[in-house]
Design a protein around this ligand. Structure first.
Ligand SMILES: [Zn+2]
Length: 113
């Protein structure tokens, strides 16, 4: 399962960012064109988190929309999958600028001090 290696990567990043602290929550941004199956990603997290600082952490998944840039009028717009026309000028040749991401958006660690 592809999502296992993706999650293992995200966990590595989260653990490195937490710098030894336990992780309370991990927020992951998933684009609809990434090909990632969110249920599979959650399953991978449940399978991989035990024994790491992210054990018991909450997994927040933020689903993004495809993001396009219109080469004619310069508009940047988010749009549902399958609807790629520019809302300002109607051009249908927008360049895809986002929506295929899978990235760690943020982590929460307990307050020290
Ligand atoms: Zn346009």
């Amino acid at each position: 399962m592809h999502e296992l290696s993706l999650m293992s990567n995200l966990l590595e990043h989260a653990v490195a960012a937490a710098d030894g602290a336990p992780i309370c929550a991990m927020r992951v941004r998933v684009g609809p064109l990434s090909g990632v199956v969110i249920d599979a990603l959650r399953f991978a997290f449940e399978a991989l988190a035990p024994g790491t600082p992210a054990e018991g952490a909450r997994l927040d998944i933020e689903e993004t929309a495809p993001l396009l840039h219109c080469p004619r009028c310069g508009a940047d717009y988010a749009t549902p999958v399958g609807f790629y026309e520019c809302p300002s000028c109607g051009a249908a040749d927008g360049e895809l600028r986002g929506g295929n991401e899978l990235e760690l958006a943020s982590i929460e660690v307990p307050d020290h001090v």
